[in-house]
Each structure stands twice: as C-alpha cells, then as structure tokens.
Design a protein around this ligand. Sequence first.
Ligand code: HEC
Length: 150
Amino acid sequence: MHRTIALTGTLLLGVGMALAQTPQEQVDKTQLAMKSNLTGAIALSDMARDKKPYDQAAVDKALAELDDVAKRFPSLFPAGIKGLKPTKGEYSASPKIWTERADFEAHAAAFVKSVGQAKANIKDVNSLKAEFPELNKQCMGCHEKFRVKG
Ligand code: HEC
C-alpha cells in the first residue's frame, strides 16, 4: 500500500503539475511536491546532525529532488488555486502568494539559487554541515510569509 502511494507520488511529480484536471487536484499535487521538499530536507538534516552516515548518492538524490521542485515553484501555484486548501493536511498557501507575487517569486528564486549552491559545494559531511543551515533558512523564510496553518 505504502509503495503504491510513493510510486503514484513519483509519477505525478514526473509528469508535472500542469496536467492537473481541476484546481483542487492541482492543490493536492502541489502539496505532494511540498512534501517531497520535506523528504529531501530530512535526508540532508539527518546526515548534517550525524544521525546517519554521510552518503554522497543520498545527498545528490535529495538535492536533485529539491532542485526539481524549486525550479517549478511559481508554476505550482497558479492563480486558479487561490483560496483552496489541500484535501487534508496542516498547512495551506497564503493568499499573499498571489497578492505579493513578485516577492513570492523572489523567495522561489532565492531557493533555486541556494539549492544550486548546495549542489556545487556539498562534497563531504563538513561542507554539508556548512551549507545545510542556509538551505533550511530558505524553507523557513518562505513559510513564514507564504504558508499558513490550517
Ligand atoms: C518559495 C516558498 C517556499 C519555499 C522556499 C519552501 N516552501 Fe515549503 N511550502 C510553501 C508553501 C506556500 C506551502 C503551503 C502549500 C501546501 O502545503 O501545499 C508549503 C508547504 C510545505 C509543507 C507542508 C506540506 C503539507 O503537508 O501540506 C512542507 C512539509 C514543506 N513546505 C517543506 C519545505 C521544505 C523542507 C523546504 C526547504 C527545503 C521548503 N518547504 C521550501 C512554500 C515554500
């Protein structure tokens, strides 16, 4: 069962969010992409905090996934989904994503840049420890303004 869900998620991410049928489906697909950010961040954070041994392949995979979502960020939040919430979950998109679009896109661009920098610089556990806080800051900075609870 778990495997089916994970596989479906991967396929949905693979074909791209633009194929969503209805705005509600788009919201749920966007949420899936957001959750994939968390998976990547946890993989990196576990290694940065010595909870798991450093593994370059796992780092590359996590950064590739973050990069993919980062580059698609603005398109994951089209105007048609404003005001809608994921079917279930704790968080939703703030209306500011659409009323302060330029700032939202600037946050997304900063995230792309930060992931690119992490890809270029993370070679071992020490560079991971040095880079991870900067990446994490991008997550928090955007959430603070553009993600709302409920
Ligand atoms: C440019 C803005 C932005 C950046 C950068 C960003 N997020 Fe988010 N994130 C959002 C918004 C907006 C939502 C709410 C929409 C949603 O949940 O579908 C969200 C939702 C989430 C959620 C909740 C998903 C759920 O269950 O509803 C998680 C987890 C998450 N982000 C993790 C991360 C992590 C980890 C990073 C950094 C590696 C990150 N995000 C970077 C904007 C951002």
